[in-house]
Design a protein around this ligand. Sequence first.
Ligand SMILES: [Fe+2]
Ligand SMILES: [Fe+2]
Length: 197
Amino acid sequence: MYTPELEEQVRQWAEARVPAKRWAHVCGVVEAADQLARRYAPTQVLQARLAGWIHDAAKSLDDETLLQTARAYDWPIIEIERQVPDLLHGAVGYLLANEEFQFDDPQLASACTYHTTGAPNMASLDKVVLLADLIEPTRHYPNVERLRALCQLDLDAALLFSMDFTLAYLIERHRLIDTRAVDCRNQLLAAGVHYES
Ligand SMILES: [Fe+2]
Ligand SMILES: [Fe+2]
């Protein structure tokens, strides 16, 4: 149902909304999501690429605009999103893109929505987009090479590793934690997912 022509329209729509300094990141996410999807969600490569273009389209909106836009589309807003409206940028990016392109695609919505926090019972497409966001080529942080390697071995182990270091980072900086990330991690552990530490 998705075509390369539609993808090109979405790419242009996103480029008009993403500041130049973030555009290399977005292009990197599309390429990383493409590669991960070929392996882990091979029927959803175009959806993964579309999510890549869309995922940060609302990242530069201010807090009040994020909240207002979510409300305007009757998107459910949870308490931590009121406290940290930036957590809504994935969902709002999808809502704005959906207004333009009428995707009405719950899988695309979910992949955009959960790219920041994760969630329990994520679909393969959700995992691909979240991890692509963390491993794309412009990313530089202490755990990135290890995460890139884990992504080639085991998507769930990579997701667990990403939750471990993201939650540790938030705790070290005394930042609020979205319980969806904790639920994501708990569910992976309960399913027996692990990686060598
Ligand atoms: Fe983001
Ligand atoms: Fe991103």
